[in-house]
Design a binder for this molecule. Structure first.
Ligand SMILES: *[C@@H]1O[C@H](CO)[C@@H](O)[C@H](O)[C@H]1NC(C)=O
Ligand SMILES: *[C@@H]1O[C@H](CO)[C@@H](O)[C@H](O)[C@H]1NC(C)=O
Ligand SMILES: *[C@@H]1O[C@H](CO)[C@@H](O)[C@H](O)[C@H]1NC(C)=O
Ligand SMILES: *[C@@H]1O[C@H](CO)[C@@H](O)[C@H](O)[C@H]1NC(C)=O
Ligand SMILES: *[C@@H]1O[C@H](CO)[C@@H](O)[C@H](O)[C@H]1NC(C)=O
Length: 369
């Protein structure tokens, strides 16, 4: 008896170890090698920061005017922004940094990176894993710290791919150009569609890599391709971004992740869900505040097919969110559901960082009897 229970104990420890191994072996998730640019070049960080050889930055290849900037470094009286740690990289006109990364052919990956613009209003950053690419517009400052984490997703067409960050700009001042830092990657999976819910990833739990330390969430810029979305199932069909938030730094209605709608009507998240024509459905979701001192009122427009409804968040000292719903009759095999914020909200403490209502736990189900 005693012996068999000891055996059971050892077997379960072994199983636990196996489970642990399985998790650590398959995880390519997290920062890419020297993704924070803190590793010292072989002859040290130079005083002007300029990179002279294509392989001078450990783990990266560079081309063009690339500079390793240091925190506290000034230019024209302005302190340059270094999102995390002591170093970051600045890309001059047409300059790029790239790194070969090992991925799994056919899988979808999301890249998280922090970016800041320096001098010009119109700076942008071209992130690519050829042939896929996206140009991220850095014109809008979403928060007062002057930088933001962003996410971009791609489908791996090979097992070894090249991740490239390029400044497509041609500015008068060649020392201007975006600063990047904190680059990480995560392999995404598409959650199964639950039986009683037509919405994929309606709780937003699957999404881009988030740094535990970073309290700024991750911006999701325009992405019209639902096949390669950093938040599987969802697209961002507007010019401006919405923010992916985590429960470590924000109030999240359910689970660990949710979406904060920024930028009023210019920040729209949507999904096409499977429906049966002429059947009645109900769309339900949680509407809340993120706990980021966002100036009230908070309100959203929710859409389901040809129905639209304006819902206001009612502050309640006992809860950071409320349930909301919308009834509709499907007109087709696919119905678009979408959300945007009705107001342009900013934080009460700095009056300029963008914020807004939180949406989570989105469900669509057949409501007939
Ligand atoms: C560096 O960039 C220039 C201009 O974009 C390009 O012509 C050249 O081929 C690049 N060099 C390498 C080694 O990639
Ligand atoms: C971004 O970079 C990719 C790969 O270098 C290129 O194919 C694409 O045309 C670029 N896009 C823009 C808008 O410059
Ligand atoms: C997180 O914070 C710790 C302590 O401040 C720091 O050492 C580490 O580099 C930070 N990591 C990231 C990814 O920001
Ligand atoms: C908050 O909870 C308390 C105690 O359960 C209750 O008396 C009060 O009415 C609640 N307030 C709101 C706004 O629901
Ligand atoms: C939708 O229908 C349900 C059930 O009939 C009802 O309880 C709910 O109030 C309706 N929602 C709206 C917004 O009218």
């Amino acid at each position: 008896m005693a012996r068999s229970s000891t055996r059971i104990k050892w077997v379960s420890i072994f199983m636990l170890l196996l489970a642990h191994l399985a998790i650590t072996v398959t995880a390519d998730d997290g920062p890419v090698p020297n993704g924070d640019f803190e590793a010292s070049p072989s002859n040290g960080f130079s005083s002007d920061g300029l990179i002279n050889g294509p392989s001078e930055i450990p783990n990266w290849k560079s081309n063009g005017t690339v500079e390793l900037v240091q925190s506290g470094q000034k230019q024209g009286g302005m302190i340059l922004i270094v999102p995390e740690g002591r170093h970051a990289v600045r890309l001059g006109n047409d300059a790029e940094v790239s790194q070969e990364v090992k991925v799994e052919k056919g899988s979808i990956y999301s890249v998280t990176f922090s970016a800041a613009r320096t001098c010009a209003q119109l700076e942008s950053l071209n992130v690519s894993v050829p042939p896929a690419s996206q140009t991220i517009d850095l014109q809008t400052l979403y928060n007062v710290q002057g930088w933001d984490p962003y996410a971009w997703a791609f489908e791996a067409e090979e097992d070894n791919v090249k991740l490239v960050f390029k400044n497509p700009g041609m500015e008068d001042d060649p020392t201007c150009g975006p600063i990047i830092d904190d680059i990480a990657m995560k392999k995404l999976f598409t959650p199964d569609k639950p039986k009683d819910n037509a919405v994929i990833n309606g709780d937003f739990e699957e999404g881009p890599w988030m740094f535990k330390n970073t309290s700024l969430g991750v911006l999701l810029p325009t992405n019209l391709d639902e096949e390669t979305s950093s938040v599987p199932g969802w697209i961002i069909e507007s010019n401006r971004a919405v923010r992916y938030i985590d429960s470590n730094h924000y109030s999240v209605p359910q689970g660990k992740r949710a979406i904060e709608l920024l930028s009023g009507k210019e920040g729209i998240i949507s999904q096409m869900v499977d429906t049966t024509p002429n059947k009645p459905y109900q769309l339900t979701f949680s509407l809340g505040q993120a706990g980021d001192k966002c100036k009230q009122p908070l309100g959203i427009m929710a859409f389901a097919g040809d129905q639209a409804q304006n819902v206001h968040y009612t502050p309640d000292s006992n809860s950071t969110f409320q349930a909301a719903n919308l009834n509709f009759t499907a007109k087709a095999e696919k119905t678009r559901i979408a959300f945007y914020s009705v107001y342009y909200n900013t934080r009460t403490d700095d009056m300029s960082s963008l914020c807004g209502p939180v949406v989570d736990d989105v469900r669509v189900w057949f409501s007939g009897s």
